[in-house]
Design a protein around this ligand. Structure first.
Ligand code: TLP
Length: 345
């Protein structure tokens, strides 16, 4: 590909193996539970996440929304990080569509929520208060720099909230990036959560889709919510077929993306006028910013790179996000570092 696109790993195109599997997929009406390819993907996903069942959904946003609507009643409260995707980038759906109050706590630099603050955020039993029903964590944490929540931390939060009869949902859109970086099976990172959403259409290159996983009873209820949200997709086995290839072939190669993100970050850190916003990347996201010395705006830098067919994310007036993925190779990293040097000089 001539274009080097770092705006997100959501831009990834399906691989040739995915296109072939999609063309050959056996399909049926999934609202009747009759699509064999979706059924297989849901089983595989549940197994990988260590849960009883899975539900194929069109997007990570719908996965998180269906989870919150399944766990919570109207007027219940969900606690989440103030840099969390569900709070920032899901259109306020949990409140707009579910009547769920969002209670944010500051995300710490490592993507976690402070347990002392969490304890004080939980409402005591009192009819004046909404009921604290759910806590949401995100792993890897996108807007904290693609950082990883450890197994130990997730277990600590799980124990803590379950003791208080509160549920835990994990936005694991990029849980496999965390899993390969820690060299820990994904199910060990998702174990403490009552439900988890992960995405097939990000670093794993599938064209569409995420899977929400949880207990049999939870998924049974979430299936009704998915239908209500308009997410019952009929012969979507053509999409699930790509998801199966994603799970079978695309997880083990994620360390390549992480290595390239590190190379990119190391190169950027050496360019006068640029600094890394969150230090060295832990997974596939590099956040960088212009130092005070640079008079150009972030948008000017983005435009100059665009002329060289390099696309980067503009996430603030002087801040960038660059996400590595399957369609960015070593030459792309070198070319980008040269172009960036020129753009800020
Ligand atoms: N994130 C996208 C944008 O929406 C910001 C990206 O480019 O990173 N959870 C997390 C942690 C995500 O990063 C995303 C997508 C989602 C959920 C939503 O997934 P989709 O886009 O499938 O609805």
């Amino acid at each position: 590909m001539d274009r080097i696109d770092f705006r997100s790993d959501t831009v990834t195109q399906p691989t040739p193996a995915m296109r072939e599997a999609m063309a050959k997929a056996d399909v049926g009406d999934d609202v009747f539970g009759e699509d064999p390819t979706i059924n297989r993907l849901e089983e595989m996903a549940a197994e990988r996440m260590g849960k009883e069942d899975g539900l194929f959904v069109p997007s990570g946003t719908m996965g998180n929304l269906a989870a919150v609507l399944t766990h919570c009643q109207r007027g219940d409260e969900a606690i989440m990080g103030d840099r969390g995707h569900t709070f920032l980038f899901e259109g306020g759906g949990v409140s707009a569509l579910g009547g769920v109050l969002v209670h944010t706590l500051p995300n710490l630099a490592d993507g976690s929520l402070d347990l002392v603050l969490l304890e004080s955020a939980i409402r005591p039993e009192d009819m004046h208060h909404p009921i604290t029903r759910l806590v949401i964590l995100e792993n890897t944490h996108n807007r904290c720099g693609g950082v990883i929540l450890s197994k130990k931390y997730t277990e600590e939060v799980g124990r803590f909230v379950h003791n208080k009869n509160i549920l835990l949902h994990l936005d694991g859109a990029r849980i496999f990036n965390a899993s390969v970086a820690l060299d820990v099976p994904a199910k060990e990172l998702t174990g403490p959560a009552n439900s988890v959403t992960f995405c097939l259409s990000k670093a794993l290159c599938a064209p569409v889709g995420s899977v929400l996983c949880g207990s049999n009873d939870f998924i049974h209820r979430a299936r009704r919510i998915r239908k209500m949200l308009g997410g019952g997709m009929r012969q979507a086995g053509v999409l699930a077929a790509a998801g199966i290839v994603a799970l079978e072939q695309m997880v083990d190669r994620l360390p390549d993306d992480h290595r390239r993100a590190r190379q990119l970050a190391e190169g950027l850190a050496e360019i006068p006028g640029i600094r890394l916003s969150f230090g060295m990347p832990q997974t596939n996201m590099v956040f960088a910013e212009l130092t005070e010395k640079i008079t150009k705006t972030g948008m000017q830098i983005v435009d100059e790179l665009k002329k060289e067919n390099i696309l980067i994310g503009n996430v603030g007036p002087r801040n960038f996000r660059m996400v590595t993925h399957y369609w960015v190779d070593d030459l792309g990293i070198e070319k980008t570092l040269r172009a960036m040097k020129k753009a800020v000089s």
